[in-house]
Design a protein around this ligand. Structure first.
Ligand code: DAT
Ligand code: MG
Length: 137
């Protein structure tokens, strides 16, 4: 079943020059980059994007981090791409994310409140459509 998902290369990934490597992994897996843009997110966009995390202790540091530099936003298409990209990305905590994954191979902890974990991927078809609307209108 063909799906779409919203992928973000977060500010740490862009700043470290890892955008190309990350997008290459998505393409090497066989997924399609249907839309792609570099953008510095506003607080308004991020508060919508992370609405499920409002009120959590890491919410404000997360929004500040996500506004700290440009991100690369992509709509990625393919069969079961929502699960497939989350599998490529690896677990939330980069220190313990499995080797072979984007977060496991390229990320680590930096002693900060927020997990600088390089990428975002939607977690369900409903989230994907909602998030694609936020980032691509
Ligand atoms: P994921 O990005 O794996 O879907 P999530 O949706 O639970 O993870 O959280 C969104 C982002 O918030 C995550 O990528 C990094 C940050 N985050 C999550 N849990 C955290 C925590 N306990 N401490 C600090 N940052 C956290
Ligand atoms: Mg999430």
């Amino acid at each position: 079943m063909t799906q779409r998902t919203l992928v973000l290369v977060k500010p740490d990934g862009v700043q470290r020059g890892l955008t190309g490597q990350i997008l290459a992994r998505i393409e090497a897996k066989g997924y399609t980059l249907a839309e792609l843009k570099r953008v510095t997110a506003t607080r308004e966009v991020l508060e919508q994007h992370y609405a499920e995390h409002q009120g959590k202790p890491f919410f404000e540091p997360l929004v500040e981090f996500m506004m700290s530099g440009p991100v690369v936003a992509a709509v990625v298409e393919g069969d079961r791409v929502i699960e497939g990209f989350r599998s490529l990305a690896g677990a939330t905590e980069p220190t313990t994310a499995a080797p072979g994954t984007i977060r496991g191979d390229l990320g680590r902890d930096w002693g900060e409140k927020v997990q600088k974990n390089l990428v975002h991927g939607s977690d369900s078809p409903e989230s994907a459509e909602r998030e694609i609307g936020i980032w691509f209108g």
